[in-house]
Design a binder for this molecule. Sequence first.
Ligand SMILES: O=C(O)CCC(=O)C(=O)O
Length: 255
Amino acid sequence: MDKFVTRHRKRSVDEADEWKSGEPIKKCKDECEVEEEFSQPIPWQKFEAEGLDCDYSFLFEKEEADHLLKQLEEEVMYFTGDKAKVQVYGKSYQVPRKQATYGDEGLMYSFSGVQLLAKPWTPTLEHIRDAVTKATGHTFNFVLINRYKDGHDHMGEHRDDERELDPACPIASVSLGAVRDFIFRHKDARGGSSKRQIEPVKLELAHGSLLLMNYPTNTYWYHSLPVRKKVKTPRINLTFRCIVKNRQKTSIKMD
Ligand SMILES: O=C(O)CCC(=O)C(=O)O
């Protein structure tokens, strides 16, 4: 299953099929030069199912991953108060983990009734973001950070299909700390009276790993990080995203 795929610089959704073949998309000399500059071959494992297209690899070796986790534990400032709550059917709930958002100036991410404004990139976050860009050829302007103190902290089923996210850019998920299960469920196979029988796709996200959720995964598949009571140590997950500035839901609010 393991294979080497060299990622190339940002492509459009229309180019996705061409790209899937693993062949470089060579259009012009300038573009190709940029591709070379950004590409850094790493061994990718491909996960595919109907409408699901993901790539998984190790981005950091243990020693560097340990160091980055330690740095982030010291640096990241998590939301508190109302910003640490979500609205579901008009009711407010405490998020069962800690969350933070960093990115380019003025960017904001809205979901489940909250609007989270990006804090400026820290040197550690820039380092991780640039490593993801080198490995994928994609550039990112925003990161959502989730910290799970242990296996009781979790994330419920959801899709990252907000309209401000650029669909041509994968969501790049970097994991540091405890290994956790990550489950994809097809939208037609959820709940007791589901329309179809489609097997969930289960992955283990390891320390130092990178998971790419490529288009159209988030159109058809929900994902979750379930409770795992046996997990006693923390985990930090960073999802790097590309937000299209003029598609942000509302005007920017300062904290
Ligand atoms: O912690 C994880 O791996 C899940 C993160 C996630 O689902 C998200 O940021 O949308």
